[in-house]
Write a protein that binds this ligand. Structure first.
Ligand code: FES
Length: 260
């Protein structure tokens, strides 16, 4: 660790981001975690991304104090840390709810209903994009493609998948989250809070029984392509002829399977 909490303020001769210090016990705990993370990399600055997740796990978002901490332990300027923290959308810059509900509004999910889900959730929860409900439970945001297009439209809660959603199912989902009822992701590990998720993303083990094993599988729709790649025959494709052929048009202008 390059500086202590009492020394926060000057690094590498550059003006630094003003920020309150962590309490000594919190800083000592985070420093121990940071040492573990940094030891995984030949160049310590490579640990910045997991360390941002670590400080996010402490306060639920990346605060100025968190960025100062990362700069201190990695020997970076706060300008360098800020540049990274503000580039990636997985780092939240505002206080966050226990559950980050992300609605994919990328192209495929959008046309399959993602836009409608997002609009209805905004109205249902009374919050806009990136905002948190008054009870501090749910932060709503639209997210980009999470490579789950075969289950569109997809909603993610703390980065766990809820596939094939509808406006109605998504509203039930956020109601359950706010009421403290248990919800099960469609696949993958059981749900945990946003702070707990951030700590796992920092690289610390998910010690919940069965959680790691549950994370390993792909859904049936994703496995279709794998089976084809292994040589299984593609499903029969049926090409339907147009049913309303203009009487004065030759019937041979449509393409049948295998032609052309
Ligand atoms: S477009 Fe939504 S997961 Fe790909």
């Amino acid at each position: 660790m390059t500086t202590s909490s009492s020394e926060q303020g000057v690094s590498l001769g550059m003006p630094e981001l003003p920020a309150p210090a962590y309490p000594d016990d919190v800083r000592a705990r985070l420093e121990a975690d940071a040492r573990e993370v940094i030891a995984r990399y030949p160049d310590s600055r490579s640990a910045l991304l997991p360390l941002l997740h670590l400080v996010q796990s402490e306060e639920g978002h990346v605060t100025r104090t968190g960025m100062r901490f990362c700069a201190d332990v990695l020997g970076l300027t706060t300008a360098e840390v800020t540049a990274v923290a503000t580039f990636y959308t997985m780092y939240r810059r505002r206080p966050s709810g226990d559950y980050q509900v992300g609605v994919c509004t990328n192209t495929l999910c959008a046309v399959m209903g993602g836009d409608a889900i997002f609009e209805e959730l905004q109205e249902h929860l009374g919050v806009g994009n990136g905002e948190t409900t008054e009870d501090g439970k749910v932060t709503l945001e639209h997210i980009e493609c999470n490579a789950a297009c075969d289950f569109a439209p997809v909603v993610m809660v703390n980065w766990e998948f809820f596939d094939n959603q509808t406006p109605s199912s998504a509203k039930h989902l956020v109601d359950d989250l706010r009421a403290g009822r248990t919800v099960e992701p469609t696949r993958g590990a059981p749900l945990c809070t946003f702070k707990e998720t951030a700590r796992i993303l920092a690289g610390f083990p998910d010690e919940r029984p069965g959680a790691v094993e549950a994370s390993g599988g792909a859904g049936p729709a994703s496995l279709v392509g794998l089976r084809l790649a292994r040589g299984e025959a593609a499903p029969v494709r049926v090409v339907h002829p147009r049913t309303e052929e203009p009487e004065d048009q030759a019937p041979s202008d449509h393409i049948e399977e295998g032609e052309g």
